[in-house]
Design a protein around this ligand. Structure first.
Ligand code: XUL
Ligand code: CO
Length: 479
């Protein structure tokens, strides 16, 4: 038996230790050789992830890191297939553009297909890698920023032409199965957005941002995208001394109104989403959390036009839990989509890690199930590899781990619902309102005089235990 055959045997038997797999077979080198089947027109046709098979469900006892242990796409749970509860999508900017760089360190990831340029040819090749990744992972959706899939040109017209070229390829690679869960315009990286985009003090920047969003909406529509996202990359201020807050908020409302009008004009039926995000990079962001963001369209006559894209790491940065933000969105009929990442409990910035906490995932899925699912929204990971993870295989492992964690969350919710004791505990907690007076209060028919008469009649109220620890005990037993 040759060494190569022994390797195959070990891989088949799942006996190969993870550390050894991580070294893995090399992907095609940058200098596009024959073996990789790359043609001279620079359209990479070779396999970008040659050592990685299509990821399959193997069940919880599998030791194969390149398999699903809990996510079984076709399995039905609580009346829906797992894939329909999840509607997973891959975030282009993190997965295909993530470099591992941070404010203190240079990039650490050099994927073999990257040639170090920001050319359209490179954008096309990267798009091919992206779709091979999605197909091998077995998901049906992706999310993108305009400027991350195609490079800025010297003029707006050139940028639009670059985008058109890359989008045409993406459309071809999507085939009939894959769609964007959402698209968005990247309005924060370019220096001209230094004061914001829709909130910039420069009218030229406002117009430029409008043109960029218009185009990004058009390509999202063309690709069959299901949603379009706005988020305040730089929509906020560091100090009120030089800021006209009212004027900036009014401008933002006009901008969003124009987006609603454009959506209708081009016949885009997707949902418009706003993603709350506190701090980073400005101290006072206008879209701080779910409650703040929900009230904005109401104030400006845009109710019903926007839902929320809740990101778990943004939730914790705003001082809330992810579950709190999801429930705030849900009870207001605004839960549109989830960026299912997580922060680090000890690091106070947006680390965008894959969600791996089973308890948190269970709470996330509790909101999703109560919402009856997320469609036409879904889960965008919005998560990146840590700086220290540098193998192409790590891209797969991270997504599998994030998907399995949420799948475990869904399975746990099914257990909690079948058991019923948590719901019963909540029902009992409020049962004093399941009375004639309670019904009058809830119907808005109990005035202060009537309540005063009752309070006199009843005397000192009896107050029951909230059973916090019991609730936690029931929850833990489902994990
Ligand atoms: C930024 C962030 C973005 C949005 C999309 O913090 O979360 O990735 O989700 O632009
Ligand atoms: Co996000």
């Amino acid at each position: 038996m040759e060494a190569k055959d022994i390797l195959v045997l070990l891989l088949c038997l799942n006996l190969f230790p993870l550390a050894a797999i991580a070294v893995g077979p090399p992907t095609c080198p940058v200098d596009l050789d024959e073996e990789c089947n790359v043609d001279s027109s620079d359209k990479w046709k070779g396999e970008f992830f040659p050592g990685i098979p299509k990821i399959k469900y193997e069940g919880p006892s599998s030791k194969n890191p390149l398999s699903y242990k809990w996510y079984n796409a076709e399995e039905e749970i609580l009346g829906k297939k797992m894939k329909d509860w999840m509607r997973f999508s891959v975030a282009f900017w993190h997965t295909s553009r993530g470099t591992g760089g941070d404010p203190f360190g240079a990039p650490t990831k050099f994927w073999p297909w990257e040639d170090g340029t920001n050319s359209v040819a490179m954008a096309n090749r990267r798009m091919r890698a992206h779709f091979e990744f999605i197909n091998k992972l077995g998901v049906d959706r992706w999310c993108f920023h305009d400027r991350d899939i195609a490079p800025d040109g010297k003029t707006l017209a050139e940028s639009n032409a670059n985008l058109d070229e890359v989008v045409a390829l993406a459309k071809e690679l999507q085939g009939t199965k894959i769609l964007p869960l959402w698209g968005t315009a990247q309005l924060f990286m370019h220096p001209h957005y230094m004061h914001g985009a829709a909130t910039s003090s420069e009218v030229g920047v406002y117009a430029y941002a409008a043109a960029q969003v218009k185009k990004a909406m058009e390509v999202t529509h063309y690709l069959g995208g299901e949603n379009f996202v706005f988020w305040g990359g730089r929509e906020g201020y560091q100090s009120l001394l030089n800021t006209d807050m009212k004027r900036e908020l009014d401008h933002m409302a006009r901008f969003l109104q124009a987006a609603v009008d454009w959506k209708k004009k081009i016949g885009f039926n997707g949902t418009l989403l706003i993603e709350p995000k506190p701090q980073e990079p400005t101290k006072h962001q206008y879209d701080w959390d779910a409650a703040t963001t929900a009230s904005f369209p109401q104030k400006y006559g845009l109710s019903g036009e926007f839902k929320l894209n809740i990101e778990c790491n943004h939730a914790t940065l705003s001082g809330h839990s992810c579950h709190h933000e999801l429930e705030t969105a849900r009870i207001n009929g605004l839960l549109g989509n989830i960026d299912a990442n997580t922060g680090d409990p000890q690091i106070g910035w947006d680390t965008d890690q894959f969600l791996t906490d089973i308890g948190e995932a269970t709470l996330v899925m509790l909101s999703v199930v109560r919402n009856g699912g997320l469609a036409p929204g879904g889960f965008n990971f919005d998560a990146k590899l840590r700086r220290e993870s540098t193998d192409v295989e790590d891209l797969f492992i991270s997504h599998i781990s994030g998907m399995d964690t949420l799948a475990r969350g869904l399975r746990n919710v099914a257990k909690l619902m079948e058991d019923g004791s948590l719901a019963e505990l909540v029902r009992k907690r409020y049962e004093s309102f399941d009375t004639e007076i309670g019904a009058q209060i809830e119907a808005g028919k109990a005035d202060f005089e009537m309540l005063e008469t009752k309070a006199m009649e009843w005397g000192e109220p009896r107050v029951h235990s909230a059973k916090q620890e019991l609730a936690e005990m029931i929850f833990q037993s489902a994990l």
